[in-house]
Design a protein around this ligand. Structure first.
Ligand code: CTP
Ligand code: CA
Length: 225
């Protein structure tokens, strides 16, 4: 992290970062989750703090340590995460949705451990709330940064997510690329807004990705309606 240009660019700003992968209960001993480590979210939280922001990290099933000096709200499910974000929403200037939110959850979490019986077991899953999409609808002054993890047709998927979720920026990565995405300390991304590609960042430390995204956000958020 370089002190010069970035230092204190976000002073006085309140920021919420969601990180990690949500946990959707099947029964008291089992759940559905994903490979998100929480590293990208932690990189955003630390970098934003160094840039002067007051940061709250809403964290699900993190594989990494919580960063020091940052308020952390631990959550499990997509529903929990949504509620936690809403609690901070009115006061937030920037919301960074780095979490990998489960798209589906079991219709009902069984109260008791599901016993082994037949040869097959079918779980009925229902869609979770799309947190980013809901925030996009509720947006007033907040600057909304979403992510898109893709294996193909990156541009098109990023553009449609930007539109559908009413985000200000989408940070998209091609998770098939080496050194990109889940669990790594590095990332390579393309940043999109309504006009298209804003910036392409080749493989670099997640902190550096965060710094560049936050510099774009900082330069745009105040002049925006
Ligand atoms: N997201 C969210 N709530 C969900 C699912 C996703 O807030 N229930 C957010 C993620 O945190 C991310 C963005 O939406 O910032 C894009 O997530 P992604 O999984 O790439 O997109 P989806 O809309 O879920 O579409 P798909 O998984 O089919 O690509
Ligand atoms: Ca998804």
């Amino acid at each position: 992290f370089k002190e010069d240009e970035a230092s204190k660019t976000l002073s006085g700003k309140k920021m919420v970062v969601t990180a990690g992968g949500t946990i959707e209960r099947i029964d008291p001993v089992r759940y559905i989750t994903n490979d998100s480590s929480g590293k990208m979210g932690v990189a955003f939280a630390k970098t934003a703090k160094a840039m002067g922001a007051e940061v709250t990290l809403i964290a699900a099933n993190m594989q990494v340590k919580y960063p020091e000096g940052i308020t952390v709200v631990p959550v499990q499910s997509a529903d929990d995460m949504y509620r936690a974000v809403l609690e901070h929403w009115d006061q937030s200037d920037i919301v960074v949705k780095a979490a990998a939110v489960a798209d589906y959850r079991p219709l009902e979490a069984a109260k008791q451990k599901i016993k082994k019986s037949g040869k097959t077991l079918t779980l009925e899953l229902v869609k979770t709330v799309d947190i980013l999409e809901s925030l996009g609808k509720a947006k007033t002054h907040q600057y909304l940064i979403g992510f898109a993890a893709e294996t193909n047709d990156l541009e098109q998927h990023a553009a449609s997510k930007l539109e559908r979720k009413n985000a200000d920026l989408i940070v998209a990565n091609d998770v098939t690329q080496e050194g990109v995405g889940f669990g790594t300390d590095t990332n390579a991304v393309k940043i999109f807004d309504r006009q298209g590609l804003v910036k392409e960042i080749p493989v670099t430390a997640k902190e550096e990705v965060a710094r560049q995204v936050l510099l774009i956000a900082a330069s745009r958020m105040d002049g925006r309606k």
